[in-house]
Design a binder for this molecule. Structure first.
Ligand SMILES: Cc1cc2nc3c(=O)[nH]c(=O)nc-3n(C[C@H](O)[C@H](O)[C@H](O)COP(=O)(O)OP(=O)(O)OC[C@H]3O[C@@H](n4cnc5c(N)ncnc54)[C@H](O)[C@@H]3O)c2cc1C
Length: 381
């Protein structure tokens, strides 16, 4: 890996920075976890897309710029440094899209990707079920064969932004007689507004209403919305999780920008005599840089043709623990105000607490690291 940026990457950075400086809304948009904020963020996705900044690494035919993963990382750094809005399309762009690039037909890519890039169709991830979170292969929601497609029935839960999203992707049991739980599963895309779908918001600690559970009662899905072969859902889903944990869900740009904001906070609110707190601020900057370098190393391996494997779990544990430490440092800097304030640090802190749970819990990630990366014996299940 060459750590020096190329001339082309620098030119790309300048172009992105100039566009963002001109277009990022002067005032933060309302939270994308509310109906009003969801609509405002959808409009922002369309604005990004109009000038081809919504999915820079995708081929041009789907609305991207066809740039490589390193330029994508550069774009993300600029995006977060500019304080640009959170991406309401992230489940589609970061999770479903890489899966479609690997496993979908050309027809599916041409149909699904452009409206995803423009924010016209916003996707939710419908994997978890009330008794199938970590042990996802035990899921019970089923898809039963019918003329020209499948009928989905069951219950999905903990689905981010499903209350306002348009479509969802998930895995369903299509062969209940398969000998092992992770066999006989099929990866499907479905319409959240179809007949037979009921969506019920789940209360969150911060009171925002977008998190939801999804009830499915014989919801028709045409054959064209099966991703990959029926019965291969587990293998396809595992390629989604590699992307989620390893590269795309939490780009280093997010933490580099947050660490810089923390340094600013230290400058305005820090007590120079409090060296312990000062060290934690410095640790946050070092951590963000370390994560950036580790991600560049992973990206180099990826660009050289290797797939993201168990090392994705290292990323996931790191960024989720890091995010909590960063926000705790900010709250300690703010003192009593931090507990009371409704500002970005207090809200970010509440959200950071979910980091060790979503995208696969850290206990499970540590098991994967122990067994697959370190070769330690299997733990007791
Ligand atoms: C903010 C947030 C957003 C989410 N968004 C989505 C979404 O958009 N779509 C979606 O499908 N899901 C989503 N989820 C669900 C998330 O993926 C699950 O919560 C997660 O996989 C854990 O599953 P669970 O909640 O059923 O907990 P469980 O699996 O019941 O785990 C409970 C505890 O037991 C531990 N545990 C379980 N099994 C083992 C084991 N074998 N060894 C060691 N420890 C174990 C776990 O680590 C955890 O600490 C979201 C969750 C959160 C918090």
């Amino acid at each position: 890996m060459d750590l020096l940026h190329t001339f082309e990457e620098d030119a790309f950075r300048d172009e992105a920075r100039a566009w963002l400086a001109e277009h990022v809304p002067a005032r933060p948009l309302p939270s994308l976890e509310t109906r009003e904020g969801f609509a405002a963020h959808r409009a922002w996705e369309a604005r990004l897309h109009a000038d081809r900044w919504s999915v820079v690494s995708w081929p041009r035919e789907y609305g991207g710029r066809g740039v490589d993963i390193f330029k994508w990382l550069v774009f993300e750094e600029e995006y977060f440094a500019a304080g640009a809005p959170g991406r309401v399309s992230q489940n589609g762009i970061n999770l479903l899209a890489p899966t479609l690039f690997d496993h979908a037909t050309a027809e599916q890519r041409a149909r699904v990707l452009p409206p995803m890039a423009s924010g016209e169709v916003i996707w939710a991830q419908a994997w978890s079920e009330p008794e199938s979170g970590s042990d996802l292969a035990s899921l019970r929601s089923r898809a039963v064969r019918t003329d020209g497609g499948w009928l989905l029935s069951g219950q999905k839960t903990w689905s981010s932004r499903a209350a306002f999203a348009d479509r969802a992707f998930g895995i369903f049991r299509t062969d209940p007689k398969a000998p092992k739980p992770h066999q006989g599963l099929t990866y499907l895309m479905f319409d959240l507004r179809a007949d037979g779908v009921t969506i019920r918001p789940i209360g969150r600690l911060d009171g925002k209403p977008a998190f939801a559970e999804i009830f499915l009662d014989e919801v028709f899905v045409p054959d064209e919305d099966v991703v990959g072969e029926p019965g291969q859902g587990w293998r396809i889903a595992m390629s989604t999780t590699g992307n989620e944990r390893g590269l795309t869900l939490r780009s280093p740009g997010r933490f580099l920008a947050a660490a810089q904001r923390l340094v600013q906070l230290w400058r305005t609110s820090g007590d120079p005599a409090d060296t312990a707190l000062r060290d934690r601020v410095a640790d946050a900057v070092v951590g963000a840089r370390a994560y950036q370098l580790f991600t560049y190393a992973n990206a180099s391996r990826f660009a050289a043709g290797s797939v993201i494997g168990a090392e994705a779990s290292l990323n996931k544990v790191f960024w989720s623990d890091y995010d909590i430490a960063l926000h705790e440092t900010a709250l300690d800097l703010l003192g009593a105000d931090g507990e009371l304030a409704q500002g970005e640090w207090a809200e970010g802190h509440v959200f950071s607490l979910a980091g060790p749970i979503y995208a696969g819990t850290n206990e499970i990630q540590r098991d994967i690291i122990a067994e697959r990366l370190l070769g330690l014996p299997k733990g007791r299940r």
